[in-house]
Ligand binder design. Structure first.
Ligand code: ADP
Length: 494
């Protein structure tokens, strides 16, 4: 491309326009000097030069180049020569040219983008080059910082065994980094073309877990699940996937960014631990049942003798055996739940009757609390009666365990919007809001000096929560440390 330099504007006007233009320099095409003829104010400002110092001098006297480097295709001298030879405009999108600070004398790293437009007069030869520059140091530094930060993140992730993924909903896995495909059992540089290629390796029985996790992510923004994948060599591996949903400006979900880690070893440990708990609990059940029946026989035999000390000792022994039995049942349920063997046996029953029965059972052993329940009406639900009684017993025994002797426990049940809602209120130590969700997690116990000596394993509420969720119900707590706690669950009536 070439442009005719026509003197249509008076020289003075042209000079003013040129001097006010952004970053422009006019050089003569007098190879090899490239004498500087004019420079705009902006050009002088960004290169720390003055008109007196540069006009009439060779471009390379003012801005020395490194023309000895044959690899440097973007060197300005080469570009100027090419423009003269070809008569074509040539751009350099990005190059480094450090400038000296006139005050300190130190060189400063700077990046530029430039365009070089040839001008020819009537003889058809290139006579001038208009060299226009824009400083892009800020953009280049920002880009480098972003690349470095991404590399640092990826290296840290890879060093800890994590693989990162970026799944966009047009079903393109944008990044297919080596560790990710390796976690699916492929050689490091295998390219898996789509999300389906990964998903097809997930065991059919775990596919629903992925769908459920995706549904949850659409409301919470968090994408998290553990699944089993079948490697091409036939072995099965557990993977834990954690990610964050990204939405566009219109709040439409567009992709998920996240990490994957192999948790096969820890899952195996967990399975071994669950098997051990299940086996040990099962083995303990038989001798405990036998001890309990012996205590009952002894109580009956000794009752007429009315030996207060012996009767008291037997009642205490019976109480402890009951506690152990509950604990063992809890462990057995836990292992059933983890192995997916917890099954519900739904039946229609009056929940008020069940609550009354649970309270009666609780008050059979000497009770130091006042329990109030007004359950005069019939409130029918279809649910697993035994499992729901387990939840009520857990709420009641916690209300006793975590409050002082002589305090009140109030039990209420209501029918609201087709759901039965049960609430058990105590005047105990209460629970800080930050722990409200956590207490429903497996083995979680609140760290509180007041209840340090209260025994427990932190599985009762976890089991209760799982049981209620299996019934499509809800479980929650309202509490603070000044008034005590109210534990709720609600169940659909049918
Ligand atoms: P456990 O009582 O055996 O520790 P749970 O799962 O039943 O197990 O309860 C979990 C934790 O929740 C308890 O350790 C306790 O810190 C807290 N908690 C449960 N119920 C109450 C309550 N009524 N008042 C205060 N804290 C409670």
């Amino acid at each position: 491309m070439s442009t005719q330099l026509t003197p249509a504007l008076p020289d003075e006007i042209f000079k003013i326009i040129f001097e006010k233009s952004p970053g422009s320099l006019l050089v003569k095409a007098d190879t090899p000097y490239f004498t500087i003829l004019a420079a705009s104010d902006a050009y002088l400002a960004i290169t720390n030069a003055t008109r007196e110092l540069i006009i009439g001098k060779s471009f390379f006297q003012v801005f020395p180049d490194d023309d000895n480097d044959p690899r440097d295709e973007t060197g300005i001298r080469k570009i100027f020569n090419k423009v003269v030879q070809t008569g074509q405009k040539l751009d350099i999108p990005s190059y480094r040219y450090d400038t000296r600070d006139p005050e300190t004398g130190n060189y400063k790293v700077r990046y530029w983008s430039c365009s070089n437009v040839p001008f020819n007069c009537n003889d058809g030869k290139v006579n001038y080059i208009l060299n226009t520059i824009v400083e892009i140091t800020g953009e280049v530094n920002a880009k480098q910082a972003a690349i470095e930060s991404e590399n640092r993140f990826r290296m840290a992730a890879e060093a800890t065994g994590f693989a990162t993924f970026d799944w966009d909903f047009t079903d393109q896995i944008r990044l297919c980094p080596p560790p990710l495909v390796q976690l699916f059992g492929h050689p490091a540089h295998t390219f898996l073309p789509s999300g389906d290629a990964f998903r097809n390796q997930i065991l059919p029985e775990d596919q629903q877990v992925v769908l459920d996790a995706f549904k949850v992510s659409l409301t919470t923004g968090i994408y998290a699940y553990d699944v089993r994948v079948a490697w091409p060599d036939g072995s099965i591996h557990w993977l834990s996937i954690k990610g964050k949903l990204v939405v566009d400006i219109g709040q439409k979900p567009v992709r998920i960014l996240g990490t994957v880690i192999d948790i096969t070893e820890s899952k195996r440990d967990e399975i071994r631990k669950n098997d051990f708990i299940a086996m040990a609990s099962h083995e303990l059940k038989t001798p405990l049942t036998s001890i309990k029946s012996h205590i009952q026989i002894l109580s009956k035999k000794l009752a007429p003798g009315n030996d207060a000390f012996v009767n008291n000792a037997l009642a205490k022994a019976n109480n402890q055996v009951n506690k152990m039995t509950d604990l063992i049942h809890g462990f057995l349920d836990l292992s059933k739940l983890e192995s997916g063997k917890l099954q519900l046996k739904p039946e229609l029953f009056d929940i008020n009757r069940l609550i009354a029965d649970c309270i009666t059972e609780l008050t059979q052993s000497p009770l130091s609390h006042m329990v109030a329940f007004d359950g005069g009406t019939i409130l029918n639900v279809t649910a697993d009666r035994e499992k729901i009684s387990q939840v009520i017993n857990n709420f009641l025994s916690n209300a006793v365990k975590y409050s002082t002797k002589g305090s009140n426990i109030i039990v209420k049940s209501v029918l609201a919007d087709g759901n039965v809602e049960v609430a058990i209120t105590d005047e105990g130590v209460g629970i800080k809001p930050k722990d409200h969700k956590k207490i429903f997690q497996r083995f979680y116990r609140v760290d509180n000096d007041k209840i340090r000596n209260v025994s427990g394993f932190g599985i009762g509420l976890y089991l209760s929560s799982e049981i209620i969720q299996c019934h499509n119900g809800k479980i929650w707590v309202e509490s603070d440390e000044t008034v005590g706690s109210t534990f709720y669950f609600s169940l659909p009536t049918s």
